[in-house]
Design a protein around this ligand. Sequence first.
Ligand SMILES: NC(=O)c1ccc[n+]([C@@H]2O[C@H](COP(=O)([O-])OP(=O)(O)OC[C@H]3O[C@@H](n4cnc5c(N)ncnc54)[C@H](OP(=O)(O)O)[C@@H]3O)[C@@H](O)[C@H]2O)c1
Length: 313
Amino acid sequence: METMHAVRGHRRGGPERLRYEVAPRPAPGAGEVLVEVRSASITPGELDWDATWTDSLDSGGALRLPIVPSKELSGVVARVGADVTGWQEGDDVFGLIPFTCDGAAADFTAVPAGVLAPKPPELDYDQAAALPLSGLTAWQALVRHGGLREGQRVLVHGGAGGVGCCAVQIAAALGATVAATASAQDTAFVRELGAERVVDYANERFEEQLADMDLVLDTVGGDTQTRSWQVLSPGGTLVSVASPPAAEGPGGARGVFFVVEPDRGDLDELSRLVTAGRLTPLVARVVPLSEAGAAYTALDQPHRRGKTVLKVS
Ligand SMILES: NC(=O)c1ccc[n+]([C@@H]2O[C@H](COP(=O)([O-])OP(=O)(O)OC[C@H]3O[C@@H](n4cnc5c(N)ncnc54)[C@H](OP(=O)(O)O)[C@@H]3O)[C@@H](O)[C@H]2O)c1
């Protein structure tokens, strides 16, 4: 049996359950590609998601143990399975792994061929691994669910976070006028990303500063989400990736919650923005794969800018 190093969870729980250990190397099934992982990224809340531990996005799915966490990767194609066209050994790739599949915190991972896209050559492996989940979430929130059009006004909550910093850049690149909320220490940085107005969420009430938004992207939830209805223009849209909002708000505003989906076409759109110099994924920290447990724990600390990346090989 061929082996590899991997981070695995043998019982459902938090970072304390994760072990860095020797594990069997997966083989690509039909329609799959075996990727030699270079870098993998981790996300706040990931170890609480049902899909990380079971075969379902919702509660009640069957446990699949042991699991490998981390849903986004960059790396090199090591082998292609049967019925796979378009990929060959040595291709540089990046992508988002379906949430109910084993992840990328390992030397190798076998993933459906359709979730991968060519790694943008402008990005190194760490940057490329920082893009898929945050970038796809931001793209799908703004474009697919928010219907963002040039000239519209957008508010992005958590503009310095993983999703938020992609959303600010993408919205600006699509010709929107962008406002954001962020910590005081991040306001200048979020302006540099493309926000014309940044509200310090701890010291100011954004609903007293902003109005007439066509779209609000909520990455925070709770009270921030509830207060967001007040800044929407009639018929505007509140898209949340944090928790489901009401389906309808004042003035015919619409509330939407969604879970990001792997999508090759959307990854290609992100790559085009990267190549055009309009989108740069943000790497907050790079840590060795063997320290993944501590890296998950550290996600609870505030004021990270962007993603935490596991350096695999
Ligand atoms: N539904 C989906 O498909 C989907 C996809 C991706 C992520 N998510 C979820 O979306 C959330 C955000 O993910 P992420 O990776 O962007 O997290 P993150 O990197 O931790 O970013 C969150 C940002 O929100 C800021 N923030 C905290 N409290 C705030 C407040 N009251 N008002 C405004 N900003 C505030 C934080 O700033 P400070 O650190 O300075 O306080 C931070 O910059 C997580 O819950 C994640 O699980 C969902």
